[in-house]
Write a protein that binds this ligand. Structure first.
Ligand SMILES: [Zn+2]
Length: 606
């Protein structure tokens, strides 16, 4: 590979601006500022007025969209430049300038959404029927979804101020305490114990030695147990704070605020969780197969992520690209063509380098501006999957380019649909072509472990969180109460297939989702299962499914999830739909079991 080749692996931002000194960059920011000023001048106070016409509202919405697009382009450019290389001062300065301009613009136009919130329900219903306003309907409805539970401005302000020393103080305390913890642990290859961070200890759950895995996780959990007083206090207060908030705002249920944000509803989510629980047996079946692969007499919960000892090979990037594109092509040539454009237009930054941002992402940009992808490709199978994941996002954004800015991004529960679907296409493609039995087993195990972590485990977390909230309503929780609730919910999943190590009683105490957001975890179950069920539908319907799926992606976030899925004949309230996702998991398990048992025969014969 010569330097020219290397060069083609970095992205080309000239599609946006010629470079750092392109005068169009500053000119765009200035234009956005002017548009913000005239928007303020033209519309301030007018949405609130009694005689707001549909014509005026439509004009305001269009200007609001246009000025945001004008301001976003230079901002996104500065972000990409910085992500590609954060070291030059000029990149930092450009990003800071864009950020300041954007926040000034947001301040100038903040009144608009507040005024939209204040329009009463009946009036809004009339306005939404207007053909000029209707294209913005979903945005307006979603913006106003919390309105019935919003208190007077004075009360809202007071609550916000008191949150600083209330809810936010406990979040802060949790963060400060847990990030200050250092652990002492001795690795078998080393003479003396050494200090480690929590992250480093948890990474040892992937260590080949069972004793190291158990020792590391026990060390981790024991230090959390030592801090039970503070951790339990954080949980108790955040649980109580949420109960008070639900009471003050008169939400019908503890989970309502989350459902509103996710555009889901209580009945649908309850169905989803029940179907998940009725399939816990699939997880136990997997754990047992894994136990056999690891040749362990007994599976502990510290063995769940134990490596199988099959090293994955190196994938040159050219091969990764061809593999992912071929997997996409097998599903839909249009999908492959859309993904190919990332390479031909150089909207992909591939290799790690100093100063470049870590991880991987797809920056969706805006309607009218094609998306970009950043990777840190090192040639592992995981990296190939990441390419499929980010290109899945990329295809989603490319297909929804016809939506307005507010409907461009997929709604929250759909945020990972196209990406995980892309990974699924890749897994299937690889499984169908892989001839090495060990490699096939490794592929299936890693897919199944991903699925178990995002469905069954997140369901356990949600059930625990619900139980803790309910139990808190009866009074202050002691650490033992939380431990018992956690043990009980996990026991339902693991059954007799997995023995939980004793310190795992404290497993609840380090999960920051419980601290940062209420009931966040079921969104993972929803998102993952949606993809699995869609994939199962594809298996059943074949090519007839493809145009419907692409149409779904092209609708971006223009409707509620349930409405987006209706044209595919999917009813989210129907438990049979969710069961499809687990039928697909059952299929993967059967495939794995045949390989594992076939292997047994092989070794007996040889
Ligand atoms: Zn993603």
């Amino acid at each position: 590979m010569g330097p020219t080749n290397e060069n083609h692996l970095s992205w080309d931002l000239a599609l946006l601006y010629a470079g750092l000194d392109d005068p169009r960059w500053a000119a765009d920011l200035e234009r956005a500022r002017e548009r913000g000023k005239s928007f303020h001048h033209d519309f301030r106070g007018r949405a609130r007025s009694e005689n707001l016409s549909a014509e005026l509202l439509a004009a305001a919405l269009r200007s609001y969209e246009a000025l945001q697009k004008t301001g976003l382009k230079p901002y996104l450019y500065a972000q990409l430049l910085f992500a590609g290389d954060s070291s030059p001062d000029a990149h930092k300065a450009l990003l800071a300038r864009a950020r300041e301009a954007w926040s000034a613009l947001a301040e100038e136009t903040l009144f608009f959404e507040l005024e939209l919130l204040a329009i009463d329900e009946e009036r809004m219903a009339v306005l939404l029927r207007d053909p000029e306003v209707a294209p913005y309907a979903h945005y307006l409805q979603q913006l106003r979804v919390h309105a019935p539970y919003t208190l007077s401005e004075e009360v809202e302000q007071a609550l916000k101020r008191k949150d600083l020393s209330g809810k936010e103080a406990f979040v802060q305390l949790f963060e400060e305490l847990t990030s200050s913890l250092t652990f002492t642990f001795r690795l078998p290859a080393e003479e003396a114990p050494r200090e480690m961070t929590g992250e480093e200890l948890l990474a040892l759950l992937y260590h080949p030695d069972a004793e190291v895995r158990e020792g590391a996780f026990s060390t981790f959990l024991k230090l959390y147990a030592d801090n039970a007083l503070v951790l339990t206090s954080c949980f108790n207060n955040l649980l109580l704070d949420h109960a008070k908030e639900v009471e003050l705002r008169r939400y019908p249920d503890l989970m309502t605020p989350t459902h509103l944000a996710n555009e889901t509803d209580a009945a649908m989510v309850e169905r989803l969780m029940e179907v998940t629980e009725s399939n816990y047996g699939l997880a136990r079946e997997y754990f047992d197969l894994k136990r056999r692969l690891l040749k362990l007499p007994l599976m502990k919960n510290t063995d769940l992520y134990a490596p199988l000892g099959t090293e994955s090979r190196y994938y040159p990037f050219a091969e990764a690209r061809e593999t992912v594109l071929a997997a996409f092509r097998g599903f839909s040539p249009q999908m492959a063509k859309t993904a190919e454009a990332f390479f031909s237009e150089r909207r992909l930054d591939v290799l790690p380098r100093p100063g470049k941002s870590g991880g991987a992402f797809c920056q969706g940009m805006l309607p009218g501006l094609p998306p970009y992808v950043l990777l840190n490709y090192t040639g592992t199978l995981r990296d190939v999957a990441t390419l499929a994941h980010e290109l899945g996002h990329g295809v989603h954004f490319a297909l929804s380019q016809g939506q307005n800015l507010f409907h461009y991004q997929a709604p929250l529960p759909f945020a990972e649909t196209a990406s995980v679907f892309g990974e699924m296409l890749l897994t299937r493609y690889l499984l169908d072509r892989e001839v090495d039995r060990q490699a096939k087993i490794a592929l299936l195990c890693s897919k199944l472990e991903d699925i178990i972590a995002t469905t069954f485990r997140q369901n356990v977390l949600t059930r625990f969180e619900l139980a803790a909230h309910r139990r808190r309503a009866e009074g202050l929780l002691a650490p033992d109460h939380l431990c018992a609730l956690w043990w009980e919910e996990n026991g339902k999943l693991f059954g007799n297939a997995v023995e939980m190590i004793e310190p795992y009683r404290w497993g609840w105490s380090y999960i920051s989702h419980f601290i940062h957001a209420r009931f966040y975890c079921y969104s993972y179950v929803f998102g993952e299962l949606l993809v699995l069920a869609l994939y199962q539908k594809y298996k059943e319907e074949g090519s007839g499914f493809v145009p419907k799926y692409l149409e779904l992606l092209s609708r971006g976030g223009s409707r509620k999830p349930a409405d987006l899925l209706a044209p595919l004949g999917i009813d989210l309230a129907d438990p049979n739909f969710w069961q499809k996702g687990y039928d697909f998991v059952g299929g993967l398990l059967r495939e794995l079991r045949e390989l594992v048992e076939g292997e047994g025969e092989m070794s007996e014969r040889s």
